[in-house]
Design a protein around this ligand. Structure first.
Ligand code: ZN
Length: 487
């Protein structure tokens, strides 16, 4: 072996060579510099002037250069060339020069939201999630170059890519975020603090909830009293400033909320006002219950769901007169989609579900016209049935809990696996224009901002993630807020 060039070893602290055998240094000239003293100790003495003869060095050496730092740094050829021209660090300090990493002060502050706060929908929090990057399928749509990562604004902090999270916030609501700080050489900073945009209160706190300087804080309370721009790409920016340099940021969206109106109805299929179906459905669909479901899911989108009626209208299918031939036709169409011998169990295949949906929608529409209260095209309709809809594949049931098309949602409230607090808002989100969060057909996928492997997210529009559902992305807030139904 043999290479030409230069080897430089640097250590911030002590450098030690240990060998059970000999350690030999061979060189044209060997120079040793010490700022204080040179100590050589040998059990049998220290000898000068007659070293073990060096092996003759090969002369056909290949060009080779590298530098060892105590953290190995791999350099490009250009960097090596530049480094060669740098003055060799002086060794006059026996303590050694601190390396770059230790020498520089550093302050990076990241924000996190508590899972329970997200589940409650106290505010929207959407941070770039590295894990989702590998599950992102947005580029499956031909000709698209969107990347999930670029949905989040990028800033550089200490030369690192920092993706700014987005938060949606209702005015006069105090929310708490957790702080994840990287802070080196804090004593070298004169001032680390938040900027406070007009109308905002920003309060760094310790674990007891006491207000403390930001360097000591583990959380921050944020509230605002004024509305901001409606456009999501014109947020109010809260920054952490460390001696004036940006050390962290969060984009806050706090526009005037909008309202989506939902007209609710119970589809009474058995007849009679005192049967258990009606009692069950009334209990599951009171305004108090629905409002709690909707606020948890829609608050982050700055959308309020207004329930049109104090309680769902009851549409009794058994009260349709036998001589109302049009309505009876729709009714028969619905019955044809039921499982053998059933009146409340819809066959869960595409064709039957489609027919069931169309016939019930037509029936409900004509009922509303007959009432003198036709369905307002600016409202969404939410129809509760005490029916089930599932199919079994190899003994495993697959449930369809709701179907939504053209502003009408039908819920199968008798499904064993239904999770109304997630699935009713899920269907209303469909109604307001949100697609699923996973890949379906190329035509459906083309309309999606981003989509991921099914079950990979904690998003309300995903499937197979029931235990984790608590989240909506900022592009979903934007779609809901700008929905035709949002006023
Ligand atoms: Zn769905």
């Amino acid at each position: 072996m043999g290479k030409t060039g230069k080897i430089v070893k640097l250590a911030g602290g002590t450098m030690t060579d240990i060998a059970r055998g000999d350690i030999n240094y061979y060189g044209k000239n060997i120079n040793t510099y010490a700022a204080i003293s040179v100590n050589e100790t040998g059990k049998e003495g220290v000898f000068f002037g007659s070293p073990t003869p060096a092996e003759p060095m090969a002369i056909d050496l290949e060009p080779f250069e590298y530098t060892i730092y105590h953290n190995p740094v791999f350099k490009t050829k250009a960097e090596i060339a530049a480094a060669d021209n740098e003055p060799i660090p002086s060794f006059i300090n026996p303590e050694g020069e601190p390396d770059e990493e230790e020498k520089s002060k550093k302050c990076v502050v990241r924000f996190k939201a508590k899972s329970a706060d997200l589940k409650a929908g106290l505010f929207g929090f959407d941070a770039y999630n590295k894990k989702l990057d590998k599950n992102c399928k947005s580029n499956l749509v031909g000709g698209r170059t969107v990347t999930y990562k670029n949905a989040y604004r990028s800033i550089q902090i200490h030369g690192e890519d920092y993706r700014v999270p987005k938060m949606s916030l209702r005015i006069n609501r105090t929310v708490t975020l957790e702080l994840d700080k990287t802070l080196k050489k804090e004593e070298e900073y004169a001032n680390i603090q938040f900027n406070t945009p007009a109308g905002f209160t920003i309060n760094p706190i310790d674990k007891r909830g006491n207000t403390v300087p930001l360097v000591e804080a583990i959380k921050v309370e944020i509230s605002c009293t004024t509305h901001g721009a409606a456009a999501l790409n014109a947020p109010t920016v809260i920054e952490v400033l460390a001696d004036g340099d940006v050390a962290g940021a969060i984009d806050v969206w706090h526009p005037v909320p909008k309202t989506i109106t939902v007209r609710q109805a119970i589809i009474e299929a058995k007849g009679g006002v005192n049967d258990t179906d009606l009692i069950k459905l009334n209990r599951k669909t009171s305004n108090a219950v629905l409002n709690s479901y909707f606020s948890a899911v829609f608050d982050p989108a700055l959308v309020d769901i207004r329930l049109l009626n104090a309680a769902p209208e009851v549409f009794d299918l058994t009260a349709i007169p036998a001589n109302d031939r049009v309505k009876q036709l729709f009714l028969n169409g619905m019955q044809a989609t039921m499982k053998q011998g059933q009146t409340h169990s819809v066959k869960a295949n595409e064709g039957d579900m489609d027919t069931f949906f169309n016939r019930l929608s037509q029936l409900y529409g004509s009922h509303c016209i007959a009432l003198g209260r036709p369905v307002d095209p600016n409202h969404l309709s939410l129809l509760f049935t005490n029916m089930d809809c599932y199919k079994e594949i190899n003994g495993t049931p697959y449930y369809t809990n709701g179907i939504t098309k053209s502003g009408i949602s039908i819920m199968f409230m008798d499904n064993v696996k239904i999770k109304p607090h997630q699935e009713i808002p899920h269907e209303i989100m469909h109604g307001a224009g949100l697609p699923h969060a996973f890949d379906e057909t190329p035509i459906k996928d083309a309309s999606k901002t981003h989509f991921f492997e099914q079950g990979a997210t904690d998003n309300y529009m995903d499937y197979e993630n029931e235990a984790d559902r608590k989240h909506s992305w900022h592009w979903q807030w934007e779609k809901l807020y700008n929905s035709n139904y949002a006023r």
